[in-house]
Design a binder for this molecule. Structure first.
Ligand SMILES: O=P(O)(O)OP(=O)(O)OP(=O)(O)OC[C@H]1O[C@@H](n2cnc3c(O)ncnc32)[C@H](O)[C@@H]1O
Length: 290
């Protein structure tokens, strides 16, 4: 499969060519079968390997043609310079070709919205927890400063819609240390960048209360109405980072009822306590009802 369908000036891939290129042959094979099947509008239940929850989003390959196929939109309609690349995540594509429920998708379901995130780990997890196939576009969205994750998610959604010009789904993730009021909250990305996980754990040294809440807010925006879907999981911050699974701050968050961090859990264990699973169940329920 050709790598990226955008003009060279639009390409700002942060992934090493080896990572993308190393998967190209396999991608081409899966893409052509996805193309054939999606052309029929159905997702056969046969075939294909059982999906595992993603733990390392950095392995998600570029799938520009698949995105065009699923979203029914030419990348040329996207504003030049705003897009890093367009792709459908491994898991989203797996949904397309191997949905376990043997559900039939009509064109409207395939093209209803695009998940926009610059974080490949999020795209992989969405593909795992959502049972309908969703195209993913990799865009670095402007993020406002606010301690309310709903405000942040809604702003991201409007920003994503401005770029794509079609219905979008975005999400904002936050991690709140109860001993620190509402911090880091939605600012966790910057805290993590500056302090890394070890520094984050040290913020609570000297505090008896290491309890924390992981939250995610998805926002679905069609240009008129913004609908948000919230999920939260309570837990605590480990004394020091533990484990190498997952991404982001997984090595420091211990969900309630467990002794191990998400970073120490198998993908299936992590999925069982996933904050995204909760929010996406609400999203799916709303989609089913509408
Ligand atoms: O393009 P967007 O979707 O905005 O991607 P982002 O990575 O900027 O998104 P956030 O601001 O929501 O992310 C907050 C931080 O939390 C991290 N993160 C997100 N989901 C996580 C999860 O399930 N487990 C651990 N860390 C996570 C993520 O890597 C960021 O450092």
């Amino acid at each position: 499969m050709s790598s990226v369908m955008l003009p060279p000036t639009c390409q700002r891939s942060r992934r090493s060519p080896a990572t993308v290129g190393g998967d190209r042959q396999a991608t081409g094979r899966r893409l052509s079968s996805a193309t054939r099947r999606a052309g029929r509008g159905t997702c056969p239940d046969s075939a294909t390997p059982q999906r595992d929850p993603p733990v390392d989003g950095a392995r998600s390959p570029t799938r520009s043609a698949a995105s065009t196929l699923l979203h029914g939109q030419s990348p040329a309609s996207v504003q030049s310079g705003d897009i890093d690349r367009i792709h459908v995540s491994d898991s989203a594509l797996a949904n397309t070709v191997s949905d376990r429920s043997s559900r039939t998708y009509d064109d409207r379901m395939l093209t209803s919205f695009t998940f926009v995130t610059g974080n490949p780990g999020k795209a992989e997890q969405l593909g795992y927890h959502l049972s309908i196939p969703v195209a993913h576009q990799d865009v670095d969205l402007l993020e406002i400063q606010s301690l309310d994750p709903h405000d942040v998610a809604e702003h991201k959604a409007r920003e994503a819609y401005r770029v794509l010009g079609s219905p979008v789904l975005v999400e904002d993730t936050s991690l709140t240390f109860h001993a620190l009021g509402r911090l880091p909250g939605p600012l966790i990305k910057w805290f993590l960048t500056e302090l890394e996980n070890s520094g984050l754990t040290r913020l609570l040294d000297g505090h008896e209360d290491r309890s924390a809440t992981a939250e995610v807010v998805f926002c679905l925006y069609d240009g008129e109405t913004a609908r948000t879907f919230h999920g939260e999981v309570r837990g605590r911050i480990a004394e020091r980072p533990r484990g190498v699974m997952g991404f982001g701050w997984d090595p420091i968050f211990v969900p309630d009822g467990h002794d191990r961090t998400w970073g120490e859990m198998s993908p299936a264990e992590q999925a069982a306590t996933s904050v995204r699973r909760i929010a996406l169940a609400k999203l799916e329920a709303e989609l089913a009802a509408s």
